[in-house]
Design a protein around this ligand. Structure first.
Ligand SMILES: Cc1ncc(COP(=O)(O)O)c(C=O)c1O
Length: 403
């Protein structure tokens, strides 16, 4: 079928909840993807960081292929031989005791919210149905009705109500506002260490340390949504490491499934995750053997420290070259490691116009909030491809500014 026919099929039969670039991809390897006409692109989105280890990573494929031929699903009604090892290894990587395996990122966030509330009632002693959770403006934690209920993005919320009560929204990065929002019924502060969807927004350096102190002081769980920021992307296993902070709960997803399948998790110590008893929470596919096999291969990659090292080294190069474009079509560059949010000067054009020109140069990226572009290539990208991607940003900005 031709690209035109395939685009027409999508248009007719797929709900229009995305606005993709008109590129029809058919294969991927490492940091590149190839379209239906054989054109090769550098992937600068990496599946919103689900593809931190690149497309078709041989170790991940080998683990998946082996497990596909062995056992893929048991449901949690029975035990299987990979769940314990996967959980133990993920707990060790995270410095915690226990893991609650789920599938999508939004499910991990929902599960974290449920665990924090239950902990609040049963351990902290909050009165029934009075628990509140402090969250941030401009956050992105997923698309379920509970989660979009505390989003400040109108497009994410409009006409999806009524919403779940029990959330207090404060400005991201404002520790005084968090302090003011916490009361005796607060069970958790739930935030992204660096806000991804908002445009790779890095909070003030003292924000996370202050969140840690506030949570410890008021017996509140500090929940870090590392679904996009974690697992090597910023040059560390967890982005909170940049701030010298250890949260009570990690929410993980995306890259945990190696870009092969959905695998997410809530990771915490026994005094927190121990509140869940049989029948109180679950998921048919959560912790299935295929996902655990891939997850273990992902953890092995991360345990070597190599993805983190590459992200840090190549990230320094990325940020230094992008920094030179500020004043030449860019207003600001933010981020850590191989993760950058760049603000296009609205005087020359929109983010969408820039990414369309980048695509014409063989580089795929995604705009967000009008004028921001997120660059997040797979951590396996070569220095040469990274330079080609940055050249495409530079040249696309130059096109638009007419220079
Ligand atoms: C920080 C964060 N949390 C949660 C999610 C939701 O993950 P999923 O799309 O797998 O449900 C995302 C997705 O972009 C995210 O960036």
């Amino acid at each position: 079928m031709s690209q035109q026919d395939l685009l027409a099929l999508e248009d007719a039969h797929v709900a229009h909840n995305y606005h993709p670039l008109p590129v029809m991809l058919t294969s991927g390897a490492g940091a590149t993807m190839t379209d239906i006409e054989g054109r090769v692109y550098i992937d600068c989105l990496a599946g919103y960081s689900a593809l931190n280890f690149g497309h078709s990573h041989p170790d991940l494929l080998a683990a998946a292929h082996h497990q596909l031929d062995t056992l893929t699903l048991t449901s949690r009604a029975f035990h299987h031989d990979l769940l314990g090892p996967f959980a133990a290894e993920l707990a060790e990587l995270s410095g915690k005791d226990m893991v609650l395996p789920m599938n999508s990122g939004a499910e991990a966030v929902e599960s974290g919210i449920k665990v924090a509330r239950k902990w609040g009632y049963e351990v902290k002693g909050v009165a029934a149905d009075q628990a509140n959770i402090v969250v941030a403006s401009d956050s992105f934690h997923g698309r379920t009705t509970t989660i979009v209920g505390f989003s400040t993005d109108e497009a994410a919320r409009k006409n999806f109500g009524p919403f779940t009560p029990g959330f207090r929204i404060v400005p991201y990065g404002d520790a005084d506002a968090v302090a003011a929002a916490i009361d005796d019924n607060t069970v958790a502060v739930l935030m992204e260490p660096i806000q991804g969807e908002a445009g790779v927004v890095v909070p003030p350096a003292d924000f996370w340390p202050r969140l840690r102190s506030l949570c410890t002081e008021h017996n509140v769980l500090l929940v870090a949504d590392e679904i996009q920021s974690g697992l090597g992307r910023t040059g560390r296993t967890f982005a909170v490491e940049h701030f010298g902070v250890v949260p009570d709960i990690y929410l993980l997803g995306k890259a945990l499934g190696g870009g092969l399948l959905p695998l997410s998790a809530v990771v915490a110590n026994r005094d927190i995750l121990g509140v869940l008893q049989p029948g109180q929470h679950g998921s048919t596919f959560g912790g299935n053997p295929l996902a655990c096999a891939v997850g273990r291969a992902v953890i092995r990659l991360l345990s070597s420290g190599e993805p983190q090292r590459r992200a840090e080294e190549l990230g320094a190069h990325l940020h230094s070259r992008l920094g030179a474009l500020v004043g030449h079509g860019l207003l600001e560059v933010r981020g850590y490691g191989l993760w950058a949010g760049i603000d296009v000067d609205p005087a020359i054009g929109t983010g969408r116009q820039v990414i369309e020109r980048m695509a014409a140069r063989g580089v795929l990226a995604k705009d967000t909030h009008g004028s921001t572009i997120r660059l997040a290539p797979p951590l396996v990208i070569s220095l040469e491809d990274l330079d080609r991607a940055i050249d495409a940003v530079r040249d696309s900005l130059a096109d638009l500014s007419g220079s």
